[in-house]
Design a protein around this ligand. Structure first.
Ligand code: CP
Ligand code: NVA
Length: 308
């Protein structure tokens, strides 16, 4: 029997132990890099195809640099340049790319398209963001939290903003890593029924609400994200609903005095977060961005079942 493919699609689909191993590998590789130790090249001869249907700075560069640091190579493809953009199916794209490359990372709005790619690929597939989730980001965020504050288990993370892909991966992480996630969204932009059903079914420690002050009270970390995600159309309406959810100094002052501030970036300063907060001493947003590189390497090593 062939070995199961190591797809990295969503945090709630992977055992906590495997996720922990990836994080440990990420931390170890980061320490080695910082110490200028001779890097191991466990992915020598391996190629990653990166498909981007939507723009990216962090995901694109961190996967590319991560592959190089691990001894492999990455090929950048945009949906528009591929036959995918002219109607070739996701399934056929998966079958063809699997004959050339050793893994595929994809950023595509349709989560179903990601699942279809994974179903037809014969190499590991990595979710580089869909409308539904952004697991690579939250792996970097978990790494960043623990780097600054130690184990995340039992801690409280607060989210002030809309329901989106990053929030879904935070919810998955709360269930896997046993921390409380307090969510404040406008009622009109709250998690959907599928997410609510999942929270209920898994008893995930996720608390839904609409009051940002209540959500952040005594939190160890406050997280937000853009008010208009890729694929959202009703920008002005969303801005009007989300204005009370801005993370500013007043809101941060309700969290623990040493609470961290996180944002996956890109940020819209003056909208979801003020300059004072994002540039302030509690902000770790650039550590998060840096840790995308190290987290990606942990994920890649796992996907290839390589000892990092
Ligand atoms: N945070 C994040 O995924 O950034 P990019 O869109 O730049 O990849
Ligand atoms: N929620 C944002 C994340 C960007 C990295 C989006 O989907 O646009």
């Amino acid at each position: 029997m062939s070995k199961a493919l190591r797809h990295f699609l969503d945090l709630n689909e992977l055992p906590t132990k495997e996720l922990r191993n990836m994080l440990a590998a990420s931390v170890a590789m980061k320490a080695k890099l910082k110490a200028h130790d001779k890097p191991a090249k466990p992915l020598e001869g391996k190629t990653l195809a990166m498909i981007f249907e939507k723009p990216s700075t962090r995901t694109r560069v961190s996967f590319d640099v991560g592959m190089r640091q691990l001894g492999g190579e990455a090929i950048m493809l945009t949906g528009a340049e591929m036959q995918l953009g002219r109607g070739e199916t996701i399934a056929d794209t998966a079958r063809v790319l699997s004959r050339y490359v050793d893994a595929i990372m994809i950023r595509i709005l349709s989560h179903d398209a990601l699942l279809e790619l994974a179903a037809h690929a014969t190499v590991p597939v990595i979710n580089g963001l869909t409308r539904r989730s952004h697991p690579c980001q939250v792996m970097a965020d978990l790494m960043t939290f623990e780097e600054h504050r130690g184990p995340i288990e039992g801690r409280t993370i607060a989210w002030s903003g809309d329901d989106n892909n990053v929030l879904a991966s935070w919810a998955h992480a709360a269930e896997r890593f046993k921390f409380t996630l307090n969510i404040a969204t406008p009622p009109q932009l709250a998690p959907n029924k599928a997410m609510k059903d999942w929270i209920k079914a898994t008893h995930a420690p996720v608390v839904l609400g609409n009051d940002p002050e209540q959500a952040v009270r005594d939190a160890d970390c406050v997280v937000t994200d853009t008010w208009v995600s890729m694929g959202d159309k009703d920008g002005e309406h969303r801005h009007n609903l989300l204005r009370p959810y801005q993370v500013n100094a007043q809101l941060m002052s309700l969290a623990k005095p040493d609470a961290l501030f996180m944002h996956c970036l890109p940020a819209h300063r003056g909208e979801e977060v003020t300059d004072e907060v994002i540039d302030g001493p509690q902000s770790v947003v650039f550590d998060e961005a840096e840790n995308r590189l190290h987290a990606q390497k942990g994920i890649l090593a796992w996907c290839f079942d390589a000892v990092a």
